[in-house]
Structures are given as structure tokens and as C-alpha cells.
Design a protein around this ligand. Structure first.
Ligand code: ADP
Ligand code: MG
Length: 385
């Protein structure tokens, strides 16, 4: 029996928020949680999708093109659908996923299940694709089949991460640099994620609204300055010249995008200098922009960020992910990380009677680096469809 097991990690975005749908820069890090997809040939002529985290099992005939069901299996089925669109029609299979990325917590369990599925399908079919192709295929699966308007960041980091590095990704052309997390004094700091446990948006509605506000602003900027390819290329002066033509909301969202791209560049400089103080300052500035300009924070998250700033060993903190709840990312001195997490948790409990999950992160490999041996053997023809 042909069987493969492929895995892909979750991620935390260090900086570069809401810039991945305007051709801007993001800087995610893959973290120690992952989803594994096990695929094997099926004798009954059907596609079967199961998850160790859910009871529902989906069984489909290969010619089945039914729309999304609004359940977990939409993610791997959406990936399969994109393979079929490319003319790659795998022979019948059983696919079982098992993951420990917290679901819906902003650590991108969705990209990890998509990318793990895509890698498993590639291995199963004996096909190969470039990293950008895999990431874009998975993004299309989430946009078109699942129906969530996500950008390209999550899939890119799940595919291309390397242990010990952050991925500085240009979302316009998917070119990237791997930046060291262990230079100078940065080696003595940790990325700590705090999950507020709150989610104020309904079915991604706020995310979609913000996206439309940005896109409306971007269209006006482009009309006035046709030489600009993306909003991130505009200066604040150029945006200012367009101010009267756009809504107050669009203006503020666009200002966040432009200043955020500049902050990513500052974060890169801080990392190359191995300077956690400078990096932390940039993170904290990013939070102010998310809170005041992008208006995607919520009270509980603002509390976590403000409390973190007061705690011993914290260099900086901000809301990470789409927003409206979710997680904060904190840069903390390594020796203080555990105590920091405990103190933050306690303060949050006292203020809101809520439990914040704390994750002291490790920067791990992405799917390509993890599954290289499998992909190479598949290309040699061990698996065919
Ligand atoms: P996030 O990506 O922040 O975790 P999303 O709402 O984008 O949140 O994606 C979460 C969804 O992805 C889950 O509700 C589920 O449908 C799907 N998913 C992720 N991991 C698994 C898994 N191991 N098994 C089944 N479904 C999963
Ligand atoms: Mg997601």
C-alpha cells in the first residue's frame, strides 16, 4: 500500500500585519505546533477525509464537485479541488489529519492543515511544485472553497520556514529572506504568545470589512499615482494628498499599511543587529497602529499588551494575527519568559476572569524542510497516481 505522512507547522506573525493583501511585507515564524496528514490508497474507490480532532468523516466520489459544507473537511477538500483544477486527479485515498495547533487561536491551524494536505497529495501523486506554487494553491483553496479571504502569509510560512529563522516575505512576488533569531542579544530572548481566548468577530466579517476598506483606499491612491504598484509603495505624503477623496476609515487603514511596512524594515534591521530592545520597540509601535489606525484590537488584547509592557524582561508586545481578539506576540528575555507568562496569565485572570493560554515558542521548520525526504522519494516514482 502506498502511504505518506506529511506535516506543516502553525505560525506566529512577528510583525507585518494586514500587509499581505496589498503586496507588502510580513515576518512570520513557524512555531512548534503542527498538523500531520497521513494519506494511503483506498480500495473502495472513494476519497475519505478524517481528523483525530473531529468526529465527522467525509466520503466523496472522485467526480464529486459539491460545494463547501461549512465544516472542518472543507480545508483538505478545498486543497484537493485545487489539484483537480490543475488536472491532477489523485487515485482514491484515505486522508487522516492530526494536529495540535490550537484551532481558531490565530496560530493558523488552517494553513497548517492545508499545507500538510497539499504535501501529502503531492507525495501520493509523485508530483512536485515550487514553494510559492504550493502556498498559492493552498491560499486559493481557503479563498475559493472554504470562503475565507485570507492573504498569502500563513501558507507561505507553513511551506518555507526554517528552524531558528523568521521569514521576511515580500507578498507581492513571494520572494523571501530568512532572518536569524539568534544574533547578538536576540539569542537570549524568546517569542512568547498569549492567547486572549476572545474572538469578537462573526465569521470573519470584521476581517473582510477591513480588507475592503484597505482596497477602497488603495484604489484611490493608485488612481492618483498610477506609477505605484501597491499601497505599500506609497509615502505618507502621497496618502495625505488622497485624504479628501477617501473615507476616514480607509485613510486610517491605509496609513497603518504604509507605516507597518516601514516597521517591518526596522524590525529586520533590529534582527540583523541582534538587538531585542530595538525589535521590541518596533513591536510596541505596531500595536499602537493596529489599535488606533487599523482598529482591529479589542479591550482584552490591549490589556494584555499594556500589562506585558510593565512586566520584567519584556522588550515589546503587540496583537498578532487578523485581530478582533486572538493572540499577542511578546518578545521576552529568555530567563524571564516563564515568570512573564505566569504573571501575564494571573493579571488577565484577575481582570477578566479569563484564562489566557501562554506559549513560549520555538522557531521550527516548515513543510518543505520537514518533508524533503518524502518529497524526494516520491519524485523518484515510489508513489504514483
Ligand atoms: P486559525 O487558522 O487561526 O487556527 P481558522 O478559523 O482560520 O483559525 O481555521 C481553523 C479551522 O481549521 C478549524 O475550525 C478547522 O475547521 C480547521 N482545522 C485546523 N486544524 C484541523 C485539524 N487538525 N483537524 C480538522 N480541522 C482542522
Ligand atoms: Mg486561519
Amino acid at each position: 500500500m502506498t502511504a505518506f505522512r506529511c506535516s506543516a507547522p502553525g505560525r506566529v506573525n512577528l510583525i507585518g500585519e494586514h500587509t499581505d493583501y496589498t503586496g507588502g511585507f510580513v515576518m512570520p515564524v513557524a512555531v512548534q505546533f503542527a498538523t500531520t496528514a497521513r494519506i494511503s490508497s483506498a480500495a473502495d474507490g472513494m476519497y475519505r477525509f478524517a481528523s483525530d480532532q473531529f468526529d465527522t468523516i467525509r466520503v466523496m466520489a472522485p467526480e464529486d464537485r459539491s460545494p463547501r459544507k461549512g465544516e472542518w473537511s472543507d480545508y483538505p477538500v478545498g486543497v484537493l479541488r485545487e489539484f483537480q483544477e490543475l488536472g491532477i486527479c489523485p487515485s482514491p485515498f484515505d486522508l487522516t489529519v492530526n494536529g495540535n495547533v490550537p484551532l481558531g487561536a490565530g496560530l493558523s491551524s488552517s494553513a497548517s492543515i492545508e499545507v500538510a494536505t497539499a504535501m501529502a497529495l503531492l507525495a501520493y501523486c509523485g508530483k512536485s511544485m515550487g514553494p510559492g506554487e504550493i502556498a498559492r494553491l493552498c491560499q486559493r483553496a481557503e479563498n475559493r472553497y472554504v470562503g475565507s479571504p485570507c492573504g498569502i502569509m500563513d501558507q507561505s510560512i507553513a511551506v518555507s520556514a526554517l528552524a531558528g529563522k523568521a521569514l521576511l516575505l515580500n507578498t507581492r512576488d513571494l520572494s523571501f529572506e530568512l532572518l536569524p533569531l539568534d544574533r547578538g542579544n536576540l539569542a537570549e530572548s524568546r517569542i512568547v504568545v498569549a492567547n486572549s481566548g476572545v474572538k469578537h468577530s462573526i465569521a470573519g466579517g470584521d476581517y473582510g470589512l477591513r480588507r475592503r476598506e484597505v482596497e477602497a483606499g488603495q484604489a484611490i491612491v493608485r488612481q492618483r499615482f498610477p506609477q505605484l504598484r501597491d499601497l505599500g509603495d506609497a509615502t505618507l505624503e502621497q496618502l495625505e494628498q488622497c485624504r479628501s477623496e477617501m473615507s476616514v476609515e480607509s485613510f486610517k487603514r491605509c496609513r497603518h499599511i504604509i507605516t507597518e511596512n516601514a516597521r517591518v524594515a526596522r524590525a529586520k534591521a533590529a534582527m540583523l543587529a541582534g538587538d531585542p530592545v530595538q525589535l521590541g520597540t518596533v513591536l510596541t509601535a505596531a500595536h499602537a497602529s493596529e489599535r488606533d489606525d487599523f482598529e482591529c484590537s479589542v479591550e482584552e488584547v490591549d490589556f494584555l499588551v499594556a500589562t506585558a509592557a510593565q512586566l520584567d524582561g519584556c522588550y515589546g508586545a503587540r496583537l498578532t494575527g487578523g485581530g478582533f481578539g486572538g493572540c499577542t506576540v511578546n518578545l521576552v528575555s529568555a530567563g524571564k519568559a516563564e515568570a512573564f507568562g505566569a504573571a501575564l496569565k494571573e493579571a488577565y485572570r484577575q481582570r477578566y476572569q479569563l484564562e489566557a493560554e501562554i506559549y513560549v515558542c520555538e522557531a521550527v521548520d516548515g513543510a518543505i524542510a520537514r518533508n524533503l525526504a518524502i518529497m524526494t522519494s516520491a519524485e523518484k516514482g515510489i508513489a504514483t497516481c
